[in-house]
Every structure is written in C-alpha cells, then in structure tokens.
Design a protein around this ligand. Structure first.
Ligand code: MG
Length: 271
C-alpha cells in the first residue's frame, strides 16, 4: 500500500471498539472521516483489521473475504482503480432459504454474487485467471446482505472500508460446480424480490470476470505478507445494483446452471 497511516494506535483501537459495538448492537455511528478528514485507505484497513482481531479474540472464525466496488460504474463513482475488501466471518452466514433478522441491521441491501471456495492454502498471489480456476474447489451462488453502520447516508471510501466494506450477512446455496465447467463471464443471473424481477445481469459485470476479484484479492493480501487460507470463501462482488430490503421481503437469486439461493427478511419473533 502506498499511503501511510495517519492515525495513532489508540485512535485505531478506539474506532475498532466503536465499530465492534455498532455491529453487535445494530447501532449507528459517525463517519470516521468526520473527526479525521485526512483518514486514508491505509488507516481504513488498519481499523478493519483491528475490528476483525476483536471478533477473532472472542472465538469467532473467519470464513473468507468479500470484495466491493467491483463494477466499472461504482469504481468510477468512487474514483478508485481496484476493489475494496472486507472479511467474512462464519457466523455471518445464513442458511439457504433461512431468515435474516432485520432488527439489527441499519439499511440492509442485497446483491447477487458469484462465490468461490478455494481448495488449499495459496502460497503466493495468483498471477492470472487460469491459476485461480485451478485453485478453486467450487463455484457457488450467493446473496450478500450489505449494511452500513453510519448515521450519515453520505459515504466516503475510507469510511466504507473501515466499516468492513459494508459487510453484514451472506447466504450461499444452489448447486456447487467446478470453475472450469462454466463460463463465468456469460453466466446469467436474475434477482427477484417478492417475485418481482429487480436485477438481470451476468458474471462479466464483476470486473469483466469474477475470477479477477480473487486474483486482485490474492495480490492485495500478498502486499501485506498474508495469503488466502485453504477453504476460504470469496464473495466476488455484487453482480448488479444493490436492492434495499425490509421486513417481510423474500429475495431469490437465480443463477444459470448453479441454481437458486433464497433469503427471507423478518423482524425478531416474526419468523
Ligand atoms: Mg457485495
């Protein structure tokens, strides 16, 4: 990473404690850039890492990673050249067809995503897409439920990254397939909310090919001396515009060849 952190360690720790509490309680907070207008991407990932470290210290297990800003339109909108990343914990997973408690979420939205599960530890970064195909155990359809812990509707890039790249929950379902069995660029995806079509897209909406997300993720991790562990789940980025959801909604994403994935939204005690 080219930038240097502008925050002191105690400031990072304080932000991490605030984000941790906001996640647990479903509460909201101010954008970190409100207090520190110079907060940069490096700072943002340090905060994100510190939050994840708090989660892991309480025994929560990491499932893998998610990517955001993977469409050209979103990248141009935020003026960035590469995706953002966040961590996925195992307990963020909702079973296919299951219910998502909406009470603890602030402004939940859903995105259909192509997900990969890796076979083994990745020793180095992936130099090309073919090497990603070889390393993928299976491809699986997913819905990501994103959320924002901020009071402010306006969102800047460092704040979003610090907020674990807006991650909240995810659902995986359908029929797992090998990565070399399908053309991930032309793979069709249709998303329905309460039976009404709200998104139609194809895999190429994600960086031209969702395999590219894994390549860039591995390179980004390698820059900080880290690597992708075997069995990692990677949500490659929203393939269509995020759709807002509220209590009572049912969302189904239909993936060509890979099948359906479904989630229901309900308040506590409504299921
Ligand atoms: Mg997403």
């Amino acid at each position: 990473m080219s930038e240097h952190s502008t925050l002191r360690l105690e400031e990072i720790a304080r932000f991490a404690a605030e984000f941790d509490a906001a996640h647990s309680k479903g509460s909201t907070l101010d954008l970190p850039t409100k207090k520190f207008p110079d907060l940069n991407i490096e700072d943002a990932y340090l905060i994100q890492n510190a939050v994840a470290a708090r989660w892991k210290s309480r025994g929560r297990k990491q499932a893998g990673y998610k990517a955001g800003l993977t469409s050209r339109a979103k990248m141009e909108q935020m003026n960035v050249g590469k995706p953002t990343f966040g961590v996925l914990m195992k307990d963020m997973c909702i079973p296919d067809g299951g219910g998502c408690e909406i009470d603890r979420l602030s402004r939940p939205r859903v995105e259909p995503e192509i997900a990969f599960v890796l076979k083994e530890d990745v020793a180095d970064h992936f130099p090309n897409e073919q090497e990603v195909i070889d390393a993928v155990d299976y491809v699986v359809p997913a819905i990501e439920i994103i959320d924002s812990r901020f009071r402010d509707y306006k969102l800047d890039l460092p704040s979003a990254i610090a907020d674990n790249s807006s991650s909240a929950k995810y659902v995986i379902g359908g029929r797992p397939m090998r990565a070399d069995e399908i053309d991930l660029r032309t793979l069709g995806i249709v998303m329905l909310k309460n039976g009404t079509q709200v998104g139609v897209t194809a895999g190429a909406a994600v960086l031209g090919n969702p395999l590219r997300t894994v390549m860039l993720l591995s390179q980004w991790l390698a820059e900080s001396g880290e690597h992708l562990p075997g069995g990692s789940l990677i949500l490659t980025g929203g393939a269509s515009e995020a759709v807002p959801v509220s209590s009572g909604d049912v969302v189904c994403a239909r993936f060509q060849d890979l099948g359906d994935v479904l989630v229901r939204f309900a308040g506590k005690g409504e299921e």
